[in-house]
Structures are given as C-alpha cells and as structure tokens.
Design a binder for this molecule. Structure first.
Ligand SMILES: Nc1ncnc2c1ncn2[C@@H]1O[C@H](COP(=O)(O)OP(=O)(O)OP(=O)(O)O)[C@@H](O)[C@H]1O
Ligand code: NI
Length: 326
C-alpha cells in the first residue's frame, strides 16, 4: 500500500471581493503519496495555484481558507493538520519541510542580493546554518547540485547576471536548500523556452530521486504530466473531477472534461501543447453553475447534473471520478 504524506480533505478557499465571493476551490480532496510526483492539471483559473498555496496557508487577503484539513504525515509518524498551525508553526514548515518553486524566477529572486546570499538566507532562516557566511559556502554545493556551471563564481552573481533558465535553477536551489520533504512546483517551466523547460524538468526529477522528496507539480501541459508524473488530479472550476495514475488518466479517461482535455491535445507527448481548445469558457466562480460545474459545457449533461454536485467515486483501483455518468 502506498503511504500518504499529505491527505487533503474538503479544502475550500473563497476570495471576498467587491464583485462578490469568488468560490475559487470547493471541497477539494486528494492524497499525495510519499515519494511520488503528483500532478495537478486543468485550464487557467481552475484553482491549481490556490489549492497548492492553501496547503501551507499561503492565502492572502481577500482570500480565506473556509473549510478543510491538510493532514501532513511527518517522517516520525506523527500527523499534523497544517491548517490548524499558527503563523509561526506553519512558517517553520514552509520553506523547510514543504518548499515552493514558483513560475516566474524574476519575481522569486531579489534583484538586490547575490544568488549565494539568497540561498544562504533561506537556510539561515530555518537554522540550517549558523551564519550567512557558512550558508554562502553551502550555496556553492547547492548551485552545483542544480547543475549551474562554475558555481564558485556564480554564487557571487546578482540575478540579472543570469539567464532565465539559470535563474530558475537558482530558485530550485533555494527550494531544495533545506532538503524539503515536499517540493511544490507551480508551472516551474512556463516562463522558459522549450529546451530549457526539458532541462528543468529533468533536474526536478533528478533532485526528487536524490533527496527522496515528494513532488507536487502544477501544470497545464499534459506532455509534461505524461513524462514526469506518477498520478494526476484533474481540476475544473475549483473542483477535482478525476484522479488516477498517469496510465489510467491517459489510457482510460472517464470524466467528459478529461476526455476533452486529452482531445484538445493532438499528441500528449508534444511538450508545447496547452489545454485551451475545449468549447466554452471556464465559468465565473462568483456564481458557479449549480450541480456539476461542468454541466453547461458537457455534451452528456442530464437533469441530475444541473441539480446535484457529483462526489468522487472509485471506479477502478485508485481511479476516481466525480460524474453522474458513472
Ligand atoms: N487574489 C484573488 N482575488 C480574487 N480571486 C482570486 C484571487 N486569486 C485567485 N483568485 C481566483 O481563484 C481562482 C483560481 O485561481 P488559480 O490561480 O488557483 O488558478 P490556476 O488554476 O492556478 O490558473 P493558472 O493556470 O492561470 O495559473 C480563479 O478564478 C481566480 O480568479
Ligand atoms: Ni496557477
């Protein structure tokens, strides 16, 4: 039996805006197993980033986590609900046991400090080194492990002295500096060109093996999912509609939305295809559709789909779908 490292239950996040309450994610539940790469996929605005940020309470005003549990299974066997931790406790976990790599390396790095300093600081904050000076020494090894050439000199560079791909390697270096148990990569390659994207994904895979980490990978690129993930959760308009192994999802997609996604990508192994070609648009999440949120776009929708929210049901071993057709 795979052992869960995270169990997410009924995670719900709302944004209280002037226009109304944006129901960004609603009762999202899934497990992530220790050591796997778990992908969250879906069109833009479906709630991937909000879900991943909510795992460690990284939701800023006007957003609020209104419901849910995120059970984190530590290596010593204890289980904590990350949503019940206070600010200081969650900050101790964030960046240390659970680290993020965000999409835009420009926004993730401070232009005023050298990359060595920034890696050193990430370690010092969590008590992994006694001083920045010691941290900068270790930063050389970290730059080496993210395959930056000439790390002894690169450590003294400012972000603007590095290419986009190199900057993203530095961001990954900061992410892994404290040897996290879970690495959450939110569109880590979107801002990069295609060849560099492949290198960065390779790097994440290598680091995952080396540090025995668990990876949560957020992407709208199904080619990336096919190549790097073990399991996949498909999101639509703030809900998870299907979860399964990569093989189950690609060979036997069950939800009409998942089928549409796969059809919208002529060849799932093509890296550059994106998921934008399903007819209709993602609904407004202030007044989401009743029942199944996909029903207005679904070719198979019936009466019940308008009335009743479908729950996730297990159809085959580990393959879940939330759809009234099943
Ligand atoms: N600060 C905010 N205020 C209001 N609504 C927000 C805010 N942040 C996110 N949302 C809403 O939450 C929903 C989910 O957004 P999220 O960023 O998680 O989508 P995503 O799946 O990551 O999309 P993308 O692929 O474009 O990154 C969207 O409808 C978005 O408009
Ligand atoms: Ni996002």
């Amino acid at each position: 039996m795979p052992e869960p490292i995270l169990q997410v239950r009924n995670l719900t996040v709302h944004f209280y805006t002037y226009a109304g309450i944006v129901k960004a994610i609603e009762r999202v539940s899934f497990d992530v197993y220790r050591g796997e790469t778990f992908a969250l996929v879906g069109e833009t605005g479906c709630g991937k980033s909000v879900t991943s940020r909510a795992l460690t309470q990284l939701i800023e005003s006007p957003g609020r986590i209104v419901e849910g549990e995120v059970l984190y299974h530590k290596e010593d066997g204890t289980v904590v609900d990350l949503l019940k931790l206070n600010e200081e406790q969650i900050r101790e976990i964030r960046g240390n046991e659970i680290a993020y790599i965000f999409q835009d390396p420009h926004a993730s790095l401070d232009p005023l400090y050298t990359v060595g300093y920034q890696i050193a600081e990430a370690m010092e904050v969590h008590g992994k080194v006694e001083s920045i000076k010691e941290g900068i020494k270790k930063a050389v090894d970290i730059l080496r492990s993210v395959l930056i050439p000439d790390p002894e000199n690169r450590v003294k560079n400012y972000p603007h002295e590095l290419s986009g791909g190199m900057k993203q390697r530095v961001v990954i270096g900061i992410g892994i500096a404290n040897n996290p148990k879970i690495l959450i990569a939110d569109e880590p390659t979107t801002a990069l060109d295609v060849t560099v994207q492949a290198q960065i994904l390779d790097l994440i895979n290598q680091l995952k093996e080396k540090y025995k980490a668990t990876v949560i990978l957020i992407t709208h690129n199904l080619g990336v999912v096919a190549e790097t993930a073990d399991r996949v959760a498909v999101m639509y308009a703030g809900k998870i509609v299907e979860i399964g192994s990569v093989e189950q999802i690609f060979k036997n997609p069950l939800h009409p939305y998942t089928k549409g996604l796969l059809k919208a990508v002529p060849n799932p192994m093509t890296k550059i295809e994106r998921l934008e070609a399903i007819p209709g648009t993602v609904p407004n999440l202030i007044t989401p559709p009743s029942g199944c949120r996909f029903h207005p776009r679904c070719p198979f929708a019936t009466e019940v789909c308008k009335r009743k929210v479908p729950e996730l049901k297990e159809m085959e071993d580990g393959h879940f779908v939330a759809c009234h057709l099943y």
